[in-house]
Design a protein. Structure first.
Length: 399
């Protein structure tokens, strides 16, 4: 009765079962994976947000497949402050970046075609592609004094069925920003091979580098977006979920870039796809200018939190014999390197059962082997401090 594409593994994994069991027993578990900003104790500007959601203009229906002009203008302004001019015709509003991926995959891929995704990376891509009958292939990131793209393996993974390369900037969970040379090489490969470049920039506003570091040659791309000019057809994605910490508002966007002919044809086809759904509500679109304008206060809170949590982790790791953290440049996560003496899932399971601490094992994100744990940096500071301490008690054998 059901489609083959929905034959997912429905069994709850051991780690989740253990987490539920501890909570059911009334044991408070410190969740070091929490990534929902609305549950992390940040202060939201209710005086600015709530009035924006009471606009009488929403009582009249003005369907536009690209999104209301006033909303797209605010997205154009978001990039304009970075010196990048984007035509309103090249901006499409969606309810989420997941929906934006759906539009893009329907635009580019026939059943059985493929996209390349980074590894390690966020596991959602497999589901988004599978639902569209699109295959995924992986290109590796490798760590050598920081994360880098393995371009030799990326090019080797391209086949006649490949339609696009996905880059996450900064990557989730590694926090790796593409350098200028990497950006250029990705664009050139895609242009030469007739591939689209899909740039997911939901964490783009969150860089741990200072402005001085960003200006240096080693970090010159930390604040450079893929929405800038490109020789390849490029789709740049972002939204309110991370930039404003408002995932419940359900507003995202994709910007079409690249050569004029390709950009125009992609826009015309995307318009038909978007017109078929018309999914984004008027109220959210009308509120978008005010919500984006107020993002600064939220982002300042996040950056203070992640910097403090990173500093606390470094303080606790100073005396560690077998654990270290990997370099991170942006985003909300950090990767902890631990001894690969047992599967990561077994270690995460032991942390839940013995220390009441929940973390993600590296295999959730397709790390190449054991010895990696992923922690969220937006967890409230006291919880983060206590959770990291308990983690190191177990891994390091501390008393």
């Amino acid at each position: 009765m059901f489609a083959k594409r929905t034959r997912w593994e429905m069994e709850t994994n051991r780690l989740t079962q253990a987490l539920y069991a501890r909570r059911a027993a009334g044991v408070p578990v410190i969740d070091l994976t929490e990534s929902n900003p609305t549950r992390c104790g940040f202060t939201y500007d209710s005086a600015g947000i709530l009035p924006a959601l009471a606009n009488e203009a929403a009582l009249t229906y003005h369907p536009d497949p690209r999104g209301l002009a006033v909303a797209r203008e605010s997205v154009a302004k978001y990039y304009g402050v970075r010196g990048i001019q984007i035509s309103l015709d090249d901006i499409f509003l969606t309810v989420s970046t997941s929906e934006a991926y759906t539009y893009i995959l329907r635009l580019l891929c026939d059943p059985g075609d493929a996209i390349l995704i980074p590894c390690p990376g966020y596991p959602l891509f497999d589901y988004l592609a599978g639902i569209q009958d699109v295959e995924v292939a992986r290109y590796p990131l490798f760590y050598d004094h920081g994360w880098q793209i393995d371009f030799h393996s990326l090019e080797a993974a391209i086949t006649e069925r490949t339609r696009a390369v996905v880059v996450v900037h900064p990557n989730n969970p590694t926090g790796h920003f593409c350098r200028a040379a990497e950006m250029w090489q990705l664009q050139e490969i895609c242009a030469a091979r007739g591939l689209a470049l899909i740039a997911d920039e939901v964490f783009f506003d969150f860089t741990f580098l200072s402005q001085t570091e960003v200006r240096s040659s080693a970090a010159e791309s930390a604040w450079k977006t893929f929405a800038d000019e490109s020789p390849a057809l490029t789709m740049t994605l972002s939204g309110l979920s991370k930039s404003c910490g408002l995932p419940q508002m359900k507003v995202a966007w994709l910007c079409v870039g690249g050569p004029e002919e390709l950009r125009g044809e992609a826009g015309r086809r995307l318009e038909v796809i978007a017109d078929t759904y018309l999914s984004l509500g008027a109220l959210a679109q009308l509120a978008l200018p005010a919500l984006l304008a107020g993002r600064g206060a939220f982002q300042e809170q996040v950056m203070a939190r992640v910097r403090n949590n990173l500093a606390e982790m470094d303080r606790q790791l100073a005396g560690a014999k077998s654990c270290s953290r990997l370099k991170v440049e942006g985003g909300w996560n950090v990767v902890l390197r631990v001894p690969a003496t047992r599967p990561d899932e077994d270690l995460a399971l032991a942390l839940v059962e013995k220390k009441a601490v929940y973390v993600h094992p590296g295999h959730f994100y397709d790390f190449p082997g054991d010895g990696y744990l992923v922690l969220s940096l937006i967890v409230p500071e006291e919880d983060f401090r206590t959770g990291v301490g308990r983690l190191l008690e177990l891994v390091e054998g501390r008393i």
